[in-house]
Design a protein around this ligand. Structure first.
Ligand code: UD1
Length: 345
């Protein structure tokens, strides 16, 4: 089975590609390298002993997407490729709409030309729920106005997919709303590779612990939560990668040509920022330099998932702990440093 993985050199894409290759799928990675590094391909090989096909393509370019679909015969598509910085999206909203929505539209245009219905998995985000009225969040919750152009772009993509399928174009879709992916591959050969200053909590923590950043700022401790800091649902990247395999298997099995499902993917457990810091310190036996700062604009206070639907319908469940995620995130950061030092010598 040939699977197109767009954004396959990124954080979630690379971990998913490794699992796909290990399961015997024929993987074609498309990435424009705007927020990733071609070296990840070598690292995927180091883990799997297999080299996926790689095409450096900007999916906003209609012609390149047409050529891609002419050159391959995909049975499945996992569409990760998207810009994902909330802050950048506020500064450059057009960039986010053009890229995140434009890329999906180009792929859909090609899917419409295919003879057989294709299996399609779309990466969405819990950001589409905004601040939900109660916890845990399930898929029936009303979607709120997105806090950022990034969030709006994800919501728009979901709407586009639903309306294309409703209008009777044959393709089978699962949309996944990820909560907060953390951790790294157990080998420490691949992990999260933020460009510039990280916006997300765990890479900021590991970069502070290793000395790349002076201190971590906790964005507010005066929220109405158990310790005053925001609560999130952190899910191990390996568990998240595994979900995509379960989805592909499900899509292959179903006969409904216009199959459409939306699933939350989270651990179901809410963890505060201070709890996460403390767990990171305990698991890795170190002290983190952090300060309490002001609230971050646009932060929701609490978000954690009810993942019952995906557990029941796809028979998927988490296997890895948050402790393991924080341990592997730290080992990955240490490994990056060793490699940087080796390259300098
Ligand atoms: C953020 C995005 C979300 C996106 C997701 C992708 C915002 C408001 N939300 O989610 O739309 O889908 O990334 O992974 O940006 N924190 C600190 N100090 C830091 C960094 C983070 O205290 O230096 C706190 C945040 O306030 C938050 C928690 O850590 O409470 C997690 O933050 P983050 O990793 O950025 O994820 P989200 O805010 O959940």
């Amino acid at each position: 089975m040939q699977v197109l993985v767009t954004g396959g050199l990124g954080y979630i894409g690379s971990h998913t590609s490794v699992l796909l290759l290990e399961k015997g799928y024929d993987v074609v990675i498309v990435d424009d390298l705007s927020n990733s590094n071609e070296k990840v391909l070598k690292n995927i090989f180091k883990i799997t002993n297999k080299t996926p096909a790689f095409e450096k393509i900007d999916l906003k370019e209609r012609e390149s997407v047409s050529k891609l679909f002419k050159n391959y015969n995909f049975d499945g598509i996992i569409h990760f490729a998207a810009h994902k910085s909330v802050n950048e999206s506020i500064l450059y909203p057009k960039k986010y709409f053009q890229n995140n929505i434009g890329s999906l539209e180009n792929i859909i245009d090609e899917i419409k030309l295919l003879k057989n219905p294709i299996n399609f998995i779309f990466s969405s985000s819990c950001t589409v729920y905004g601040q939900a009225d109660s916890m845990p969040i399930n898929e029936t919750f009303k979607l709120k106005k997105a806090e950022s152009p990034y969030g709006q772009s994800k919501r728009k993509c979901e709407e586009i997919l639903e309306s294309v399928i409703e209008s009777g174009h044959c393709f089978k879709n699962i949309t996944l709303r990820y909560f907060n992916p953390v951790g790294a591959h157990p080998t420490s050969i691949i992990g999260e590779l933020p460009t510039g200053v990280p916006e997300n909590l765990v890479p900021y923590i590991t970069q502070t612990a290793i000395g790349k950043r002076d201190f971590l700022t906790v964005f507010g401790n005066d929220y109405n939560t158990k310790d005053g800091t925001c609560i999130r649902d952190y899910i191990h990247i390996m568990d998240l990668a595994e979900v995509h395999i379960s989805c592909l298997e499900k899509l292959t099995d179903v006969n409904d040509d216009n199959y459409f499902k939306v699933y939350n993917v989270g651990s179901g457990k809410g963890t505060s920022v201070l709890e996460l810091i403390s767990l990171f310190e305990n698991v890795n036996q170190l002290k983190l330099n952090y300060k309490i700062g002001k609230r971050r604009n646009g932060d929701v206070i609490v978000a954690y998932a009810d993942s019952t639907k995906i557990k029941d319908e796809l028979n998927w469940s988490t296997k890895y702990s948050l402790e393991n995620a924080l341990e592997t995130a730290w080992k990955w950061e240490l490994n990056l440093k060793t490699n940087e030092q080796r390259n300098q010598n």
